[in-house]
Design a protein around this ligand. Structure first.
Ligand code: FES
Length: 215
């Protein structure tokens, strides 16, 4: 292992990095919330511009800047200069119309839809179901698996999440002095996105994130 430097031009950051951990993991460890989904170089979510320097991809191929690289499969081979890091600036959640157990409709006018292949969670009033976006046609989202729940009011929130979303946090709902755990064993970033989506509900409930004790 050797220590190299990563300059992120548009964030005015210069970080020490290692050559034995991929660049996505190292950005996340530095609290840079980079967009990602597949973590295997296929979805393009974490694509960034390598301005200078050399990286080695997971398959052994070496690339030199200037070029585009997927951070999730790139390991530094020299000091690097990167720009256009796809930082997540807002939570990824959409309030959708319920069409059927495997089809949702995005709201009109939303600029950036989720993508085919994204891992997602469907937030029902009393539970959360994991799913995957099988396809998108126009405003219609086709889910890979049929939901087992259905919403009472023909609308439901969808959030896109990281495949690796497990962690030490839980999200719970408090309504009329009743407390209910909605989603447990998730990481903090996932809990924050789900909380933001649930808080758009106008049901008078409060949504809280709690750290779960180990064991
Ligand atoms: S290409 Fe999908 S997360 Fe990197």
């Amino acid at each position: 292992m050797s220590t190299l430097r990563l300059s992120i031009i548009d964030a005015a950051l210069n970080l020490p990095i290692r050559d034995d951990v991929n660049l996505l993991e190292q950005c996340l460890s530095a609290n840079l919330v980079v967009a990602r989904s597949c973590r295997n170089g296929n979805c393009g979510r974490c694509d960034s511009t390598l301005l200078k320097g050399r990286v080695q991809l997971r398959n052994g191929l070496q690339l030199e800047g200037p070029t585009t690289i997927a951070l999730c499969i790139s390991h530094a081979q020299s000091d690097l200069q990167i720009s256009q890091l796809p930082l997540i600036k807002s939570p990824s959640h959409w309030r959708c119309q319920w069409q059927s157990s495997s089809q949702l409709r995005l709201p009109a006018g939303r600029q950036i839809p989720p993508r085919k292949g994204d891992i997602c969670a469907i937030l029902f009033e009393n539970s959360v179901e994991l799913n995957e976006i099988a396809d998108i046609s126009g405003r219609d989202i086709h889910l890979l698996n049929a939901c087992t729940n259905s919403p009472a009011n023909h609308s439901v929130s969808l959030i896109t999440i990281d495949r690796d979303h497990q962690g030490q946090y839980a999200l719970w709902r408090e309504h009329q002095h009743q407390r209910q755990t909605l989603w447990a064993h998730i990481n903090h970033a996932t809990a924050v996105i789900a909380q933001a989506a649930y808080q758009q509900n106008t049901d008078g409930a409060h949504y809280h994130i709690e750290h779960m004790p180990k064991g």
